[in-house]
Design a protein around this ligand. Sequence first.
Ligand code: GDP
Ligand code: IMO
Ligand code: MG
Length: 422
Amino acid sequence: MANTILVGAQWGDEGKGKIIDVLTEQADIVVRSQGGNNAGHTVYLGKKKFVLHLVPSGILRKRKVCVIGNGVVIDPVNLVGEIDGLEKMGIKMGSNLLISETAHLVFPYHRELDAQREVLKGKNKIGTTKRGIGPAYGDKAARTGLRVLDLLKPEKFAERLKAKISENNAILKAFGAKPLSYKKILADYLEAGRRLQPFVGNTVVYLHDACLANKNILFEGAQGTFLDIDHGTYPYVTSSNTTAGGACTGSGVPPHRMDSVMGVLKAYTTRVGEGPFPTENTELSDFLHGMGREFGSTTGRARRCGWFDAVATGHAAMVNGIDDLAVTNVDGLDTLDVVRVCVAYRCGGKRYDHVPADVDVLAQCEPVYVEFPGWKSDTSGARQWKDLPSKARTYLNAIAELTGARLSIVSVGPARDQTLFL
Ligand code: GDP
Ligand code: IMO
Ligand code: MG
């Protein structure tokens, strides 16, 4: 498998968790390199459902090492809760989990500020997960953040936390929000630090040695291309680089060690939160929600749904350098008479073949569709490419060709064996 970067090629929730779990069979190490517990990656082990937020989705497989890299922002109290929850479900965490000492920490004031800023934005809100991601990366960029290694030096940590709480309480007061208790946060965080200490280490050196030993490393992207802070639909984005480059900066593994990039995409499109979404379609949303599908794994919010957008996925192939595609949720379209694919946008008499940078323009874009006949049969039992109805194969070949990358994996259900390798 060599070293593979896996990214979401749409707006997140493409089914990355499922594909990571499947590919982990061939990997030695799985690395998260950006984002925080805004991510929700669903993996099924038989009938048991796991939703991973910070712990990499490779954790369900034995004898694999999962790394939380330097580019991730960690809410340590929440991470302890996630580890405990996984252990209760029978997943043991020992030397198979490694946490970067230089990853930045998320604090309750980040969460509170995230929520307050959303209220202040009113109808222009981003629709964040309210996990404090933006404010935590903000502190990192402003060079005022606290990191995992600080948590392991209690005296100095207490001093720095005190200053941070007093500064942030003044800001929260201006928002009219309640002040936070320094004592409680200090106690909770030091306790979380004690629990996490055995997992903390220098992940950069670990991954460097793993590369030298020719280990197979899988980089698990969180969120999706159009939520990238640089390449997404700014400001309706998250606060990290969700595109392939983020895997390098967020892990310390240099670009020339990476062998391929896999883009995960749904056979249609979804988005949760605010922001432009050219192919959004209420009928398709109602249809998918009616089947009990497309409710967020982190916040439970109903996801907005729309047709496959090949302008967006083509753009994603370009900025990520996608070699291989994993298309998920093909079974979601099984009963439709007609399936649509957006091949261009039109706005103000102009045709766009790339996603325009200005969200005001993108919000005005009308999709240009081509139609494909539906295959009108159940694909969830398919186990090989040749098991798929020919109309489904035509559709999948078309979306891969329009995206500009090789179709390598097709997923027809959430389970491990509902995965077809081409
Ligand atoms: P992620 O954030 O990219 O890991 O995706 P999520 O886990 O948030 O959302 C994807 C949803 O689709 C989850 O409920 C998965 O179990 C589910 N899923 C993934 N692949 C398939 C598929 O091929 N068919 C069906 N029916 N569900 C799938
Ligand atoms: P996974 O890894 C889908 C969205 C939020 C919001 C915007 C900013 O499961 O694909 P944030 O809390 O990051 O400041 O929110 O980004 N968002 C996601 N949408 N999947 C995710 O992760 C997301 N993580 C954040 O809904 O629109
Ligand atoms: Mg998700």
